[in-house]
Design a binder for this molecule. Sequence first.
Ligand code: C5P
Length: 230
Amino acid sequence: MKPSPIIVALDFSTQEAALEFARRIPADKCRVKVGFELFVAAGPGLIEQLHKLGFEVFLDLKFHDIPNTVASVCRVAADLGVWMLNVHASGGRRMIVAAREALEQAAHRPHLIAVTVLTSMDATDLGEVGIARSPEQQVLHLASLASDAGADGVVCSAREAAALRQELGSDFLLVTPGIRPAGSSGSDDQRRVMTPAEAMTAGSDFLVIGRPITQAASPGDVINEVLVSL
Ligand code: C5P
Protein backbone atom coordinates (compact mmCIF):
# COMPACT_ATOMS: atom_id res chain seq x y z
CA MET A 1 0.00 0.00 0.00
CA LYS A 2 1.29 3.47 -0.82
CA PRO A 3 2.04 5.52 2.26
CA SER A 4 -0.15 8.51 1.36
CA PRO A 5 -3.65 8.41 2.89
CA ILE A 6 -4.95 11.16 0.58
CA ILE A 7 -7.79 10.41 -1.84
CA VAL A 8 -8.59 13.47 -3.95
CA ALA A 9 -12.32 13.71 -4.79
CA LEU A 10 -12.42 14.48 -8.52
CA ASP A 11 -15.77 16.27 -8.35
CA PHE A 12 -15.70 17.59 -11.93
CA SER A 13 -18.48 17.45 -14.50
CA THR A 14 -16.44 16.51 -17.57
CA GLN A 15 -13.61 14.14 -18.45
CA GLU A 16 -11.57 17.03 -19.83
CA ALA A 17 -11.76 19.02 -16.59
CA ALA A 18 -10.98 15.95 -14.49
CA LEU A 19 -7.96 14.93 -16.57
CA GLU A 20 -6.63 18.46 -16.86
CA PHE A 21 -6.70 18.64 -13.07
CA ALA A 22 -5.30 15.14 -12.56
CA ARG A 23 -2.24 16.05 -14.64
CA ARG A 24 -1.46 18.76 -12.10
CA ILE A 25 -1.24 16.45 -9.06
CA PRO A 26 1.36 13.78 -8.22
CA ALA A 27 0.08 10.22 -8.67
CA ASP A 28 2.68 8.93 -6.21
CA LYS A 29 1.33 11.10 -3.39
CA CYS A 30 -2.42 10.57 -3.63
CA ARG A 31 -5.21 8.49 -5.10
CA VAL A 32 -8.37 9.80 -6.77
CA LYS A 33 -12.09 9.27 -6.24
CA VAL A 34 -14.55 9.24 -9.15
CA GLY A 35 -18.19 9.77 -8.18
CA PHE A 36 -21.58 9.70 -9.87
CA GLU A 37 -21.48 12.93 -11.81
CA LEU A 38 -18.08 12.41 -13.36
CA PHE A 39 -18.61 8.72 -14.07
CA VAL A 40 -21.98 9.29 -15.72
CA ALA A 41 -20.48 12.11 -17.79
CA ALA A 42 -17.23 10.40 -18.75
CA GLY A 43 -17.73 6.63 -18.47
CA PRO A 44 -15.17 3.88 -17.98
CA GLY A 45 -12.72 5.43 -20.46
CA LEU A 46 -11.89 7.98 -17.81
CA ILE A 47 -10.79 5.26 -15.39
CA GLU A 48 -8.40 3.96 -18.04
CA GLN A 49 -6.99 7.45 -18.59
CA LEU A 50 -6.48 7.95 -14.85
CA HIS A 51 -4.68 4.61 -14.66
CA LYS A 52 -2.44 5.73 -17.54
CA LEU A 53 -1.53 8.78 -15.49
CA GLY A 54 -0.52 6.42 -12.67
CA PHE A 55 -3.46 6.90 -10.31
CA GLU A 56 -5.24 4.28 -8.27
CA VAL A 57 -9.00 4.91 -8.43
CA PHE A 58 -11.75 4.75 -5.81
CA LEU A 59 -14.98 4.24 -7.79
CA ASP A 60 -17.56 5.89 -5.51
CA LEU A 61 -20.84 4.70 -7.04
CA LYS A 62 -22.42 3.26 -3.86
CA PHE A 63 -23.97 0.18 -5.43
CA HIS A 64 -27.29 -0.91 -3.90
CA ASP A 65 -29.41 -3.54 -5.66
CA ILE A 66 -30.23 -7.24 -5.50
CA PRO A 67 -27.19 -9.44 -4.76
CA ASN A 68 -26.87 -10.81 -8.29
CA THR A 69 -26.89 -7.35 -9.87
CA VAL A 70 -24.39 -5.94 -7.38
CA ALA A 71 -22.10 -8.94 -7.88
CA SER A 72 -22.21 -8.35 -11.65
CA VAL A 73 -21.35 -4.67 -11.44
CA CYS A 74 -18.56 -5.38 -8.93
CA ARG A 75 -17.07 -7.84 -11.42
CA VAL A 76 -17.15 -5.22 -14.18
CA ALA A 77 -15.62 -2.59 -11.89
CA ALA A 78 -12.87 -5.02 -10.85
CA ASP A 79 -12.16 -5.69 -14.53
CA LEU A 80 -11.67 -1.94 -14.97
CA GLY A 81 -8.90 -2.29 -12.40
CA VAL A 82 -10.29 0.06 -9.76
CA TRP A 83 -8.47 0.06 -6.41
CA MET A 84 -11.53 0.61 -4.21
CA LEU A 85 -15.31 0.60 -4.67
CA ASN A 86 -18.31 0.89 -2.40
CA VAL A 87 -21.79 -0.48 -1.78
CA HIS A 88 -24.60 0.53 0.58
CA ALA A 89 -24.46 -1.60 3.73
CA SER A 90 -28.26 -1.29 3.94
CA GLY A 91 -28.42 -3.57 0.88
CA GLY A 92 -27.99 -6.31 3.46
CA ARG A 93 -25.72 -9.22 4.27
CA ARG A 94 -26.42 -11.29 1.15
CA MET A 95 -25.70 -8.32 -1.11
CA ILE A 96 -22.38 -7.58 0.61
CA VAL A 97 -21.38 -11.25 0.56
CA ALA A 98 -22.20 -11.41 -3.16
CA ALA A 99 -20.06 -8.31 -3.80
CA ARG A 100 -17.16 -9.78 -1.85
CA GLU A 101 -17.37 -13.13 -3.63
CA ALA A 102 -17.43 -11.42 -7.03
CA LEU A 103 -14.38 -9.34 -6.13
CA GLU A 104 -12.47 -12.36 -4.83
CA GLN A 105 -12.21 -13.60 -8.40
CA ALA A 106 -10.46 -10.43 -9.63
CA ALA A 107 -6.78 -10.50 -10.53
CA HIS A 108 -6.25 -7.50 -8.21
CA ARG A 109 -9.10 -7.48 -5.75
CA PRO A 110 -10.40 -3.94 -5.12
CA HIS A 111 -11.09 -2.91 -1.52
CA LEU A 112 -14.79 -3.34 -0.77
CA ILE A 113 -16.05 -0.41 1.26
CA ALA A 114 -19.55 0.01 2.69
CA VAL A 115 -21.56 3.18 3.09
CA THR A 116 -23.52 3.12 6.36
CA VAL A 117 -25.79 6.12 7.03
CA LEU A 118 -25.51 9.04 4.62
CA THR A 119 -24.24 12.01 6.59
CA SER A 120 -27.09 14.05 5.13
CA MET A 121 -29.56 11.97 7.19
CA ASP A 122 -30.51 12.87 10.75
CA ALA A 123 -32.65 10.99 13.28
CA THR A 124 -35.86 12.39 11.75
CA ASP A 125 -34.90 11.20 8.27
CA LEU A 126 -34.05 7.75 9.65
CA GLY A 127 -37.39 7.64 11.49
CA GLU A 128 -39.21 8.40 8.24
CA VAL A 129 -37.65 5.36 6.58
CA GLY A 130 -38.59 3.20 9.56
CA ILE A 131 -35.31 3.18 11.50
CA ALA A 132 -35.72 3.98 15.19
CA ARG A 133 -32.02 3.88 16.09
CA SER A 134 -30.01 7.10 16.34
CA PRO A 135 -27.72 7.79 13.38
CA GLU A 136 -24.70 6.87 15.57
CA GLN A 137 -26.23 3.54 16.59
CA GLN A 138 -27.24 2.79 13.01
CA VAL A 139 -23.72 3.55 11.74
CA LEU A 140 -22.24 1.07 14.23
CA HIS A 141 -24.92 -1.49 13.47
CA LEU A 142 -24.40 -1.34 9.69
CA ALA A 143 -20.61 -1.18 9.99
CA SER A 144 -20.63 -4.38 12.08
CA LEU A 145 -22.91 -6.06 9.57
CA ALA A 146 -20.67 -4.95 6.70
CA SER A 147 -17.55 -6.21 8.44
CA ASP A 148 -19.21 -9.51 9.25
CA ALA A 149 -20.33 -9.93 5.62
CA GLY A 150 -16.82 -9.38 4.27
CA ALA A 151 -16.48 -5.66 3.60
CA ASP A 152 -12.95 -4.30 4.08
CA GLY A 153 -14.11 -1.06 5.65
CA VAL A 154 -16.58 1.81 5.67
CA VAL A 155 -16.89 5.42 4.64
CA CYS A 156 -17.47 7.37 7.84
CA SER A 157 -17.12 10.73 9.48
CA ALA A 158 -13.82 11.15 11.30
CA ARG A 159 -15.96 11.78 14.39
CA GLU A 160 -17.22 8.21 14.20
CA ALA A 161 -13.76 6.78 13.57
CA ALA A 162 -12.67 6.14 17.15
CA ALA A 163 -15.85 4.21 18.05
CA LEU A 164 -15.69 2.19 14.83
CA ARG A 165 -12.01 1.42 15.32
CA GLN A 166 -12.72 0.15 18.80
CA GLU A 167 -15.69 -1.93 17.66
CA LEU A 168 -14.21 -3.36 14.46
CA GLY A 169 -10.50 -3.67 15.10
CA SER A 170 -7.31 -2.39 13.54
CA ASP A 171 -7.63 -4.03 10.10
CA PHE A 172 -10.99 -2.49 9.19
CA LEU A 173 -10.48 0.42 6.77
CA LEU A 174 -11.96 3.79 7.71
CA VAL A 175 -12.33 6.19 4.80
CA THR A 176 -13.23 9.68 5.97
CA PRO A 177 -14.48 12.73 4.06
CA GLY A 178 -15.25 16.09 5.72
CA ILE A 179 -11.54 16.95 5.95
CA ARG A 180 -10.28 20.52 5.96
CA PRO A 181 -6.53 21.21 6.22
CA ALA A 182 -5.55 23.50 9.10
CA GLY A 183 -5.84 27.09 7.88
CA SER A 184 -8.39 26.30 5.12
CA SER A 185 -10.58 29.28 4.36
CA GLY A 186 -13.90 27.55 5.05
CA SER A 187 -15.76 24.28 5.40
CA ASP A 188 -17.92 24.79 2.24
CA ASP A 189 -21.12 22.80 2.83
CA GLN A 190 -19.48 20.33 5.25
CA ARG A 191 -21.05 20.78 8.67
CA ARG A 192 -18.47 19.10 10.87
CA VAL A 193 -14.89 19.01 9.72
CA MET A 194 -11.56 17.75 11.04
CA THR A 195 -8.02 18.50 9.98
CA PRO A 196 -6.07 15.69 8.30
CA ALA A 197 -3.92 15.17 11.40
CA GLU A 198 -6.97 15.05 13.70
CA ALA A 199 -8.69 12.54 11.44
CA MET A 200 -5.62 10.29 11.33
CA THR A 201 -5.30 10.46 15.12
CA ALA A 202 -8.98 9.51 15.38
CA GLY A 203 -8.23 6.34 13.42
CA SER A 204 -8.81 7.16 9.72
CA ASP A 205 -6.89 5.14 7.15
CA PHE A 206 -7.79 7.30 4.15
CA LEU A 207 -8.75 10.96 3.90
CA VAL A 208 -11.14 11.99 1.11
CA ILE A 209 -10.36 15.61 0.29
CA GLY A 210 -12.09 17.52 -2.51
CA ARG A 211 -12.34 21.28 -2.77
CA PRO A 212 -9.38 22.22 -0.55
CA ILE A 213 -7.23 20.53 -3.22
CA THR A 214 -9.29 20.80 -6.43
CA GLN A 215 -9.88 24.53 -5.99
CA ALA A 216 -6.39 25.43 -4.82
CA ALA A 217 -4.12 27.54 -7.00
CA SER A 218 -1.34 24.97 -6.42
CA PRO A 219 -2.99 21.63 -5.65
CA GLY A 220 0.34 19.81 -5.45
CA ASP A 221 1.48 22.19 -2.70
CA VAL A 222 -1.70 21.49 -0.68
CA ILE A 223 -1.07 17.74 -1.01
CA ASN A 224 2.52 18.19 0.19
CA GLU A 225 1.39 20.36 3.09
CA VAL A 226 -1.19 17.78 4.17
CA LEU A 227 1.41 14.99 4.05
CA VAL A 228 3.87 17.06 6.08
CA SER A 229 1.15 17.81 8.65
CA LEU A 230 0.52 14.12 9.42
O1 C5P B 1 -14.94 19.04 -1.39
P1 C5P B 1 -15.04 18.08 -0.23
O2 C5P B 1 -13.72 17.85 0.48
O3 C5P B 1 -16.14 18.48 0.74
O4 C5P B 1 -15.45 16.70 -0.91
C1 C5P B 1 -15.76 15.58 -0.14
C2 C5P B 1 -16.07 14.41 -1.03
O5 C5P B 1 -16.48 13.34 -0.19
C3 C5P B 1 -17.22 14.64 -2.02
O6 C5P B 1 -16.95 13.86 -3.18
C4 C5P B 1 -18.42 14.11 -1.27
O7 C5P B 1 -19.42 13.63 -2.13
C5 C5P B 1 -17.81 12.96 -0.50
N1 C5P B 1 -18.53 12.59 0.72
C6 C5P B 1 -18.80 13.46 1.74
N2 C5P B 1 -19.48 13.06 2.85
C7 C5P B 1 -19.89 11.80 2.96
C8 C5P B 1 -19.64 10.89 1.95
C9 C5P B 1 -18.95 11.33 0.83
O8 C5P B 1 -18.41 14.62 1.66
N3 C5P B 1 -20.51 11.42 4.06
